[in-house]
Design a protein around this ligand. Structure first.
Ligand code: MD6
Ligand code: FE
Length: 226
């Protein structure tokens, strides 16, 4: 971004506590944003972005893929983690070492040492795409946090409490921002407002979001169904 005089505007840095256990790390992933985008492109070349359907049969506006030991999937049978990509019938692409290390280091900074992600869900938003208020509760063990990375266009993140009706804060998530949340905030409701159109030098018309989870530890994955 440039100001009136053409000088580069420094990206915001630093740490903000959003709630007990929930920490916003501004620009934490900025230095490796290009490498992450390359990693996503390589993953999507194997397991392409797709619009999954909900149990009710509606296509989600956000396009998704995964990497890691398992992937989050949704279809008419509901939500779950699955070791294979239902589109390809093959295992999800491996999680790049850079992804795992970034998630582990950010989690440690936020007060969750030893975070070892086995799943990375990758969300791609185009203008108008949104994520309804939800809880992340398909993981095996809520003692682990979730770590998120945002790239590309900015979006408004709504962060509420443990009940759907709790008031939600609105927080803009910008290119390179990370959020770590766990502990008392682990099951808080959250969502993303409809993406506004724009153009980003690295990501074009899109916003990308990665969420790292320890989803499968200590649990057998359901056998893939035909
Ligand atoms: C998004 N993120 O930012 C959607 N969930 O596009 C999430 O739903 C999310 O950012 C759990 C923890 C962090 C997140
Ligand atoms: Fe979520």
């Amino acid at each position: 971004m440039t100001d009136l005089f053409g000088a580069a505007e420094p990206a915001q840095q630093g740490r903000e506590d959003l709630a007990p256990g929930a920490v916003l790390l501004r620009s934490r992933a900025l230095a490796v944003a290009g490498a992450i985008a390359e990693g996503i492109a390589a993953i999507a070349a194997v397991s392409p972005f797709r619009h999954m359907v909900t149990r009710g049969g509606f296509a989600m506006s956000v396009a998704m893929t995964n990497c890691g030991r398992a992937g989050w999937v949704s279809d008419r049978r509901g939500y779950r983690y699955q070791a294979t990509d239902p589109e390809t019938g093959r295992p999800w692409p491996a999680m790049p070492a850079l992804f795992r290390t970034l998630a582990r280091d950010a989690a440690a900074e936020a007060g969750f040492p030893g975070f070892d992600a086995d799943v990375c869900l990758i969300n791609r938003y185009q203008p108008g795409a949104k994520m309804a208020l939800h809880q992340d509760r398909d993981e095996a063990d809520f003692s682990h946090p979730i770590v998120s990375v945002s790239l590309g266009l900015a979006a408004i993140f709504r962060f509420g409490g443990p009940s759907r009706s709790d008031p939600a804060r609105k927080i803009p998530l910008l290119h390179g921002d990370m959020v770590v949340w766990g502990g008392p905030s682990r099951l808080n409701f959250h969502g993303i407002n409809a993406l506004k159109p724009g153009e980003h030098p690295l990501c074009g018309t899109a916003r990308l979001n990665l969420t790292f989870r320890t989803a499968t530890q200590g649990r057998e994955l359901p056998a893939p169904q035909a």
